[in-house]
Write a protein that binds this ligand. Structure first.
Ligand code: 5AD
Ligand code: FES
Length: 358
């Protein structure tokens, strides 16, 4: 086994690794060095955020989707999903519940559903902002035009999540139908950034056909984009998709990537995802202890939760918003962390090199 400690130290000193060095780190790290790396990553997170974990209330407002991504349970071709849409009133009701529970960020997530025109999205953003001006709004509604993004931003949306899924062209084509392109995906991310959103990119760990070289390319792309948030979780097969028989992404590799990202981006907002909590009962806790600093419990009405199954066995589909909120708080407390009531905006920390600034 090569000694990867110098590579970890290099990352900590805010130096970028070469492709070969990243590859070595990803493929050759021993269990013992992984523990060391995770410890370094959580130390950096604690230095920057203390024991404070930001929380976002996730509102999954539509499971209609015009896309047909091979990995996703709510893809258009899946005829077995009962489809639903929340009305503006229902979305606001979720926000009310969330606000009472202490959430100061709402994430509006949905499939790419043309039913919601730009005007409707703008109205929804404005109503939430009017009622709760102290809250941040994050959108996660896929690829749109520059003009649409601009309108959402002007209406008051603060952040936008759009995982790039993979930075490798061929790999992208293996995960998506020909109607979708990596080029457009990346363009959307650059547009969002230019407009002024706090932007989140990200990937699934262990998605079908993903190689370690692809992961290196992802890290280099993320470095180039320098997003404010990075969403990563394991790939989990959904039984009604073309990837039904594929293997679940590993816990070990997900934690490894979380820690590398924390080292590369000391101030980035990094969630311990629901998918991570799905592959292991303490997955999210382990994510926090590997450098993650955000949790995103579900605020969607329990009546629709089961219908937003992007992958099999998704946790929390039977729980009320309050149950998830207090469950997560308990989980965090048990590992020495605190769930905070705060918008939790991206703040570049002092003493960082230019590459980590906004
Ligand atoms: N397993 C894990 N994550 C998934 N996503 C979609 N399908 C799956 C799956 N089967 C992730 C994608 C998407 C985000 C909303 O959920 O990365 O960007
Ligand atoms: Fe939903 Fe634990 S977070 S029940």
């Amino acid at each position: 086994m090569p000694n990867v400690k110098p590579l970890i130290e290099k990352l900590e000193a805010n130096q970028i690794l070469s492709k070969e060095e990243f590859y070595t780190l990803l493929t050759e790290i021993s269990d013992q060095d992984l523990l060391y790396l995770r410890e370094r990553a959580s130390t950096i997170a604690r230095k920057n955020f203390g024991n404070r974990i930001y929380t976002r209330g996730l509102i999954e407002f539509s499971n209609h989707c015009k896309n047909d991504c091979y990995y996703c349970g709510i893809r258009r071709s899946n005829k077995n999903v009962p489809r639903y849409r929340l009305s503006e009133e229902e979305i606001l009701h979720c926000a009310d519940t969330g606000y009472t529970l202490g959430f100061r960020t709402f994430v509006l997530q949905g499939g790419e559903d043309a039913y919601y025109s730009d005007d409707m999205i703008v109205t929804i953003i404005k109503s939430i902002k009017k009622k709760y001006p102290d809250c941040a709004i994050t959108l996660s509604i896929g690829e749109k035009s520059y003009e649409s993004y601009q309108r959402f931003y002007e209406a008051g949306a603060d952040r936008y999540l759009l995982r790039h899924e993979t930075a490798n062209e061929e790999h992208y084509q293996k995960l998506h139908p020909p109607t979708l392109s990596l080029k457009n995906r990346k363009q959307c991310l650059w547009d969002l950034k230019e407009i002024g959103f706090q932007v989140g990119a990200g990937i699934m760990i262990g998605s079908p056909h993903q190689t370690e070289t692809n992961l290196v390319e992802d890290l280099l792309f993320i470095k180039e984009l320098s997003p404010h948030m990075v969403g990563i979780g394991p790939f989990i097969p959904h039984h009604q998709t073309p990837f039904a028989k594929e293997t679940t992404g590993s816990l070990r590799q997900t934690l490894l990537l979380l820690s590398i990202i924390r080292l590369m981006f000391p101030s980035v907002l990094l969630p311990a995802t629901t998918a991570l909590g799905t592959i292991h009962p303490e997955g999210r806790e382990m994510g926090i202890l590997s450098g993650a600093n955000v949790v995103m419990p579900n605020l969607s009405p329990t009546t629709v939760r089961k219908k937003y199954e992007l992958y099999d066995n998704k946790i929390c589909t039977g729980d009320e918003a309050a149950e998830c909120r207090y469950c997560l708080e308990g989980r965090l407390n048990r590992i020495g962390y605190q769930l905070v009531v705060d918008r939790g905006d991206y703040k570049p920390f002092p003493n960082l090199s230019m590459s980590d600034k906004k």
